[in-house]
Design a protein around this ligand. Structure first.
Ligand code: SAM
Ligand code: SF4
Length: 321
């Protein structure tokens, strides 16, 4: 359906858990309170939301977390989402740690694409950023995923003084592999506010200095706001998700749902409507009505560049990115 700005909303990001097997400091700081299990939506409830969302014109789902693969039965959810009428694509964002052991089941379930988060190729730095020495498992999962033929994108968040010098190494993953490496600007959400950010625009300048012949890639790569570039000799592309510097609100096509059933019209503001009581006490029509109201609540634009106006106080792990 269209929102009040006339934007078609056909993409829904669904967080299925606030749990994670890593502790990336900018996303899930130590000591964060976990949501009691009974407050998390069951898979049946998530599927009911998906059914009603599909009836409103949602065509693509992204499963996220926390880390989605720590929740057992995730592949079955993918299978059931794919069976819904009108659904064109189900993809997942994962840190990749548990991917290799889940890959076969996800592929059999019909998953259409994987975004794998990886901020460094240095094992020590990986441990410093995520709290765990699991980089080798992620690299191996990336290669297995590539072997399988599923579409893979690497998501990287650069932090000044931490891993900003590594863009080049990460970008090289796309030289011999047909995958996209995407650099995401740190958003001032949760601890991300204190981390500092590497501007996508500046980084593109550096990429152009180092690699000759970088050209805009106009092909459609996915559901989102990334701008893509091709580098001669590379099989994959480089993407920039510049939430702060490249305002892409005019073409925003998404709505988010947290693991507790809060429908979030925009990442930047705390405004949300809960679908949980409609799910637990109401009818399918009521669930659909709540989703419709959330879509109609979508603001014209975010305000990330004016930090004092950002009202979202949740951590990213509780939203899903
Ligand atoms: N655990 C999964 C993963 O790491 O891909 C899915 C959830 S995670 C919240 C989704 C994405 O959000 C990751 O790529 C992560 O790097 C990114 N992220 C977390 N906090 C962020 C922030 N403050 N700004 C920008 N991206 C952030
Ligand atoms: Fe976990 Fe993903 Fe957040 Fe890292 S970015 S703490 S892997 S949810």
């Amino acid at each position: 359906m269209k929102d009040l700005q006339g934007r078609t909303i056909d993409y829904m990001r669904i967080s299925i858990t606030d749990r994670c097997n890593l502790r990336c400091k900018y996303c899930m700081p130590e000591g964060i309170r976990l949501i009691p299990m009974e407050e998390l939506l069951t898979y049946e409830e998530i599927l009911e939301v998906c059914l009603q969302a599909a009836a409103l014109g949602i065509r693509k789902f992204k499963i996220t977390g926390g880390e989605p693969l720590v929740r057992k039965g995730c592949a079955n959810l993918v299978r059931n989402m794919k069976r819904l009428s009108g659904i064109e694509q189900v993809t997942m964002t994962t840190n990749g740690v548990l991917l290799e052991e889940n890959l076969k089941a996800l592929l059999e379930a019909g998953l259409d694409g994987l975004n794998i988060s990886l901020d460094t190729l240095d094992r020590k730095k990986y441990e410093a950023i995520t709290g765990f020495d699991r980089m080798d498992a992620v690299l191996s999962a990336i290669d297995r995923a590539m072997d399988s033929g599923i579409r893979v994108k690497i998501n990287t968040v650069l932090q000044p003084g931490v891993n900003d010098g590594e863009w080049n190494n990460l970008l090289e993953l796309a030289r011999d592999r047909a995958l996209d490496v995407r650099f995401i600007e740190m958003m001032p959400i949760g601890y991300g506010k204190e981390c500092g950010m590497v501007s996508g625009e500046e980084l593109l300048g550096k990429v152009k200095e180092v690699y000759a012949g970088v050209e805009k890639d106009e092909r459609v790569h996915g559901n989102g706001p990334a701008a893509y570039y091709r580098i001669p000799g590379f099989r994959g592309s480089v993407g920039f998700i510049s939430a702060i510097h490249g305002r892409f609100c005019d073409s925003c096509n998404r709505i988010r749902m947290t693991a507790t059933g809060d429908l979030k019209p925009c990442l930047c503001y705390q405004d949300a409507i809960s679908v949980r009581s409609a799910l637990r006490e109401g009818s399918g029509d009521e669930v659909r009505d709540v989703i419709k109201r959330a879509i109609l609540m979508k603001p014209k634009m975010h305000c990330f560049e004016q930090m004092q106006n950002v009202t979202e106080h949740k951590k990213m792990v509780q939203i899903g990115g």
